[in-house]
Design a protein around this ligand. Structure first.
Ligand SMILES: *Cc1c(COP(=O)(O)O)cnc(C)c1O
Length: 388
């Protein structure tokens, strides 16, 4: 029987167990220890921008703490890219603040700088200046950082970069996750590297990092007894998870290469099919890790009837996972009353784009199965050879 082809599954490197065994041997089975420190150092070295990293239990936790450190509180407004995973927006609501959603632009599918500026000016004219801006690098694609950073600076609003999907991506040579006042990373099982579950907050000062560690370990004041003058959280990363992370950091460059190869594989398949595009960098300023490869289908130009649906169902029949892209937050029932700025770019992309199996661990056999389905669906008889 053929095995299921996953969209994005964990791809271990080999040394993860070594670090876990060290943790067991030294009895560091706790949310602190040498692997936590080591993993943070590995990330700081990789990001290479003089950053300080706090390893946490999830990317969502990192966003929550980033918002707290930006002083977001009840009744505030926070600007957030609409096309993203719900975890980008949920922490705004945890704090009793209100998300204000922004449309995408067509080049990177990320936050549209024009709509961002319009939103800030309109919110200010209504009497409320947004407290923070959350920009996302969707599927690994860097957002238009120069434009967005300059707007954030013009209005003096802190930027939080949700780089959960973009570890290993770069904008003008600089690592994603290092652009804003804070960056957040995720090591969930489906991300480019995993700690089974986990995340990190990328800071630009030791004080910001120490504050994140303080809040993530129940906000204990410096006293022999348990003393608290702030609300704390249990968000620190376990030393066992961090051991997995250290093993994964040894192969991160290979994982980026593997994902980018999947992107080339799909680009090659689709290059002569009319009405079909693989989501790609607009120019050489952008370097995506291509965490997920995404196909956009214009059914007025293909013989398909419902954009991606024929392809999705054909994959399903062959036990190959594919998924529509994130449904924009402003179209989600839970956020139907939230303010929204922009047009229909995100909505249109949602209607015609499908995420394709993108793991760095897909075999040649699995890639051949994927290619066959795609070529059958687009009834393209072009000779095709499996790429290395
Ligand atoms: C995965 C993801 C998150 C959340 O990270 P977790 O580690 O799963 O909490 C946040 N934002 C985006 C864009 C993500 O893809």
């Amino acid at each position: 029987m053929k095995s299921k082809v996953w969209l994005s599954s964990p791809h271990l490197g080999g040394n993860e167990l070594k670090y876990i065994k060290e943790a067991f041997a030294a009895n560091w089975v706790a949310p602190l220890g040498p692997n936590v420190d080591g993993f943070e150092q590995d990330l700081e070295l990789f990001l290479n921008e003089d950053v300080k990293v706090a390893a946490l239990s999830a990317g969502t936790a990192a966003l929550h703490l980033a918002l707290i450190e930006c002083d977001v509180t009840h009744g505030d407004e926070v600007i957030c890219q609409s096309m993203t995973f719900s975890a980008s927006a949920n922490p705004i609501v945890y704090l009793g603040a209100v998300p204000v959603f922004i449309d995408s632009e067509k080049d990177t599918w990320n936050m549209c700088p024009v709509a961002l500026k319009e939103a800030i000016e309109d919110r200010i004219s209504k009497g409320k200046k947004p407290k923070a801006i959350i920009v996302v690098n969707l599927y690994g694609m860097p957002a238009k950082m120069d434009e967005i950073l300059s707007i954030a600076a013009e209005y003096d609003i802190p930027l939080i970069e949700d780089a959960a999907e973009s570890l290993g991506s770069r904008y003008k040579g600089k690592a994603c996750g290092t652009f804003g006042r804070f960056g957040i990373l995720s090591f969930n099982g489906n991300k480019i590297i995993t700690t089974s579950g986990g995340g990190a907050l990328v800071c630009h000062s030791q004080e910001d990092k120490e504050q994140a560690v303080f809040l993530s370990t129940q906000a204990r004041d410096d006293a022999p007894h348990y003393q608290h003058s702030q609300i704390g959280y249990n968000y620190r990363m376990s030393n066992i998870s961090a051991g997995i992370g250290r093993g994964q950091m040894e192969v991160l460059d290979e994982r980026v290469e593997g994902r980018r190869k999947m992107h080339s594989f799909y680009s090659e398949i689709c290059k002569n099919i009319e009405g079909v595009k693989i989501f790609s960098e607009p120019d050489s300023d952008f370097y995506s890790n291509h965490w997920l490869s995404v196909i956009t289908i214009d059914d007025t130009k293909t013989k398909l009837s419902k954009n991606y649906e024929d392809l999705r169902l054909a994959f399903l029949k062959e036990d190959i996972e594919s998924r529509p892209i994130w449904k924009p937050m402003h179209l989600q029932p839970i956020f139907k009353d939230a303010p929204y700025y922009g047009g229909k770019v995100a909505e249109t992309l949602f209607g015609n784009s499908l995420c394709l199996p993108s793991g760095s661990n897909l075999s040649e056999d699995e890639r051949a199965r994927i290619a066959k389905v795609m070529l059958d669906v687009f009834s393209n008889k072009k000779e095709y050879s499996v790429m290395p």
